[in-house]
Design a protein around this ligand. Structure first.
Ligand code: ZN
Length: 316
């Protein structure tokens, strides 16, 4: 009898040990999974070394055509917190969320609390698309980025209240950097407009920048309407944009990062402009990732090329 009792106790102990260890396999730290680079950056700035933050996309991977592997879905369902950017950016998330039970991660839609802009692409399109009517690239307005930081901060504090003051302090520091970035962009654009006749940026790549232009007083001309897969611009569009560049003395045409920029190159060849990169920060290259680039550092690189595009007619 004693033996049996002993055996039962052993089994019970083993079962409870397994149950406790099951949540964060191999690590005591809180596990945070993010779908895109901006919220990956915001989460890691907040948690420092107190949690492990993983970016679901591998560096350099295209985000709009991304489809999670079984291993990725396991990473999400076994994490403590999963942060994504709403169904207009990541349609696959709804299926994954539906499969998560009450023991699964806290799920945060980073577009919560943000006023979304309609996506141009879907105006007048067929009814099949009418679910996806919002532009998901909210972070390209730094004020939205600051709101995303707040949303993510509150979720992390709820999960780990013991370190709340540490998280709040880190978040405040990074929010100040983001707000400084915002005022630097505003001031630079205003100064550039005074010293130059150019007040329009020209895009020859996928267009993800509506929130940026909604925030700052600047015009744009774009060969593509949106960021996701769509028909290539016509030759007429390419010629019209090239002519616009010539007529207005515009020094460069922008393309997005991680892309060959075929259309931007054609426009550059015809018009004599140079091709520059305006990073959308959906994801970063392996080199940028290893170099420790952040949302703020990427946006300052963007600001530098924007300034030169407005004032420097010889941009190379
Ligand atoms: Zn995009």
């Amino acid at each position: 009898m004693k033996k049996i009792l002993c055996l039962i106790l052993t089994i019970l102990t083993l079962v409870s040990l397994t149950a406790c260890g099951g949540e964060n396999v191999g690590s005591e730290k809180i596990q945070i999974i993010t779908s895109l680079f901006p919220h990956y950056d915001f989460a890691r700035q907040i948690v420092g070394d107190k949690a492990e933050v993983t970016l679901l996309l591998k560096p350099g991977m295209e985000s709009h055509t991304y489809d999670p592997s079984t291993a990725d879905i396991y990473k999400i369902t076994s994490a403590d917190l999963f942060i994504y950017t709403g169904k207009d950016m990541e349609a696959w998330v709804e299926k994954v969320i539906a499969s998560i039970d009450k023991n699964g991660p806290t799920i945060v839609d980073a577009t919560r609390e943000i006023e979304l802009l309609h996506s141009e692409h879907h105006e007048g399109d067929n009814a099949d698309d009418h679910d996806h009517v919002y532009d998901p690239h909210i972070w390209l307005n730094p004020l939205n980025a600051a709101q995303m930081l707040d949303t993510i901060l509150e979720a992390i504090c709820k999960i780990d209240p013991d370190n709340e003051s540490f998280y709040r302090e880190n978040a405040k520091k990074y929010k100040d950097e983001i707000l400084l970035l915002d005022s630097d962009i505003e001031r630079t654009i205003n100064e550039a407009k005074i010293s130059s006749d150019v007040d329009t940026l020209v895009f020859g790549g996928k267009f993800a920048y509506a929130y940026f232009f909604d925030r700052y007083d600047l015009d744009y001309v774009s060969a593509y309407k949106t960021c996701s897969t769509e028909t290539e611009p016509s030759l007429t569009t390419i010629y019209q944009i090239s002519q616009y560049i010539k007529d207005n003395g515009i020094p460069c045409v922008f393309k997005e990062e991680l892309s060959e920029g075929k259309v931007a190159k054609s426009i550059a060849e015809i018009s004599g402009a140079t091709v520059q990169t305006f990073s959308t920060a959906h994801n970063v290259s392996k080199e940028d990732f290893d170099r420790g680039e952040t949302y703020v550092s990427i946006m300052y690189q963007n600001l530098n090329v924007i300034r030169r595009a407005l004032v420097d007619t010889q941009i190379q």
